[in-house]
Design a protein around this ligand. Sequence first.
Ligand SMILES: [Zn+2]
Length: 303
Amino acid sequence: MRKLFRISIGLLLFVSSLTSHAALRVVTTTQDLSAITKAVGGEWVQVQSLTPGTRDPHFAAAKPSMIRKVFLADLLLVIGADMEIGWLPPLLQSARNSRVQPGNPGYLDLSSVVPLLGKVSDPVSRAMGDVHAKGNPHYWLDPRNGIRMAQAITTRLSGLDPAHKDDYRRRFNDFVQTMDNKLPAWRAELAQLKGKPVIAYHKSFVYLADAFGFRIVGEVEPKPGIAPSAASLSALVERIKTEHIDSLIMEPYYERRSASYLNEQTGIHVAVIPQSVGAQPDIHTYFDLFDAIVAALNKAGGK
Ligand SMILES: [Zn+2]
C-alpha cells in the first residue's frame, strides 16, 4: 500500500512537472511586449499582459488578478524608463516571486536594449510632473526598436529554456524577415508626411516620427503627464496658425476637448492613432499595429 502510495505521488509529481514545464509563463506590462513575445516564443510560451492596449500604460491600478499573474510568472517583461513606476513596484512586492525581481533572470527591462530619446538631465523635471524623466519610454513605436526588443526577448527565452533555442531563433529570423518586407512599404505609404510639422497630444510619438521622417514640433500637454491649461492652449492656437501646422495626433485614451478646441480655432486635422497592440480589436500583432498606425497617419495627412 505504502509502495503504491509512493508510486502515485511520484507519478503526480512527474505529471505536474510536465504540465508546469510545457510552456514558459511570461507576463508583460503591455500588450506590445506580449505580441512580440508570442511572435518569437510560439507554442513554448504562455503570455499574459498586465494592462490592455486600450489604456494609458503610465497608469494602472494593481488588482489581485495582476498580483496572481506576477506570482506565477517565469519571466516578467517591462517597458521600463519609469513607464510603470507608478504601479509595478508595489505589485512586484505583493507578488513575492523572487524569479521575476529586478536583477534576476526572470526580469527583463526592454528600455535597456534600445537607444532612448529625450533623456532629461534636469532633476527638477520630475517634481514638475514630467513622467518621462528617465528618457522617453514610448520606444516600441519605432519598428526598428521592435527588432531590438524581439532580439533581447529571444535571447532571454533561449537562456531560460535552452531546449527550444533553435525554435526561438527561427521565429526571430521570421520576425526580422517580415519587418524587412513591411517597413519599406510603410515608409512609401507615409512619404507624403516627410518633413511635415505635426503636433502630438502627449510626447509619445517622437520614435514614430523618427522612424517615418515627420517632425513633432510641440505637444498639447505642456509637460508629459500635465494637462493643458487655457493659457497653454491659446499659445498653441497661435503657433498652429503662424507655423501652418495641419495635423495633431493623439492616443485614443486622452480627453478630446482640447483637440476639439484646437480644431475649432485653427482647423487643424485631429487624428487618433492606435498606439499599442490591442488599442483596436483588429490589432493582434506588432505588424498589425503599424498597419493600423500607417492607415491612421495617412488620414492625418489627408491622403
Ligand atoms: Zn509618456
